[in-house]
Design a protein around this ligand. Structure first.
Ligand SMILES: [Zn+2]
Length: 162
């Protein structure tokens, strides 16, 4: 299902289990934030088709962290450059504020774009992400949440909404 967040920012969420996918058109670049899971692949392709966006037209994918329910569809996008926690400079060049938010995983990042916060699995509308995975860093979670609390945002775009 496609939700319009702003004129140039869309959220796709799915019936099957997997993260939300955000589509942003910034400076004529098509950017995805996360790609969801293998279970949502068909829905994702159908929604992109409805939006008249071809997978080849996605130029950049930013992963909020490296979990399978967020990264499983990167191979649908042959022309996309993949950016993650290692690419602070490139991500900031696109117009985002890049925020390291370890806790759910060591490699979790959040992204602020204007008044919209993309929070991955760090912060949800009704709670916070799990910190009991082997790749989690539970001792860092509170500090990460405090960083997000200080940001000036109006719209939360989390990794999962249901
Ligand atoms: Zn996760």
């Amino acid at each position: 299902m496609i939700n319009k967040i702003k004129q140039n920012i869309l959220q796709i969420h799915f019936n099957e289990f997997g993260s939300c996918v955000y589509i942003l058109k910034l400076d004529n670049k098509n950017i995805l934030i996360d790609t969801s899971s293998q279970f949502t692949r068909t829905e994702l392709l159908k929604d992109l088709k409805q939006l008249k966006i071809k997978p080849e037209q996605i130029q950049i994918i930013i992963l909020t962290h490296n979990h399978w329910d967020h990264n499983a569809n990167i191979n649908l996008f042959p022309n996309a450059q993949i950016l993650n926690h290692k690419n602070e400079k490139e991500i900031e060049k696109l117009g985002f504020k890049f925020i390291k938010t370890p806790g759910h995983t060591k490699d979790s990042i959040s992204l602020l774009y204007q008044d919209i916060l993309f929070s991955g699995d760090t912060l949800f509308n009704d709670g916070i992400g799990r910190t009991d995975f082997p790749e989690s860093q539970p001792e860092k979670m509170q500090e990460s949440l405090d960083k997000l609390k200080k940001l000036d945002y109006d719209i939360l775009c989390p990794g999962h909404i249901n």
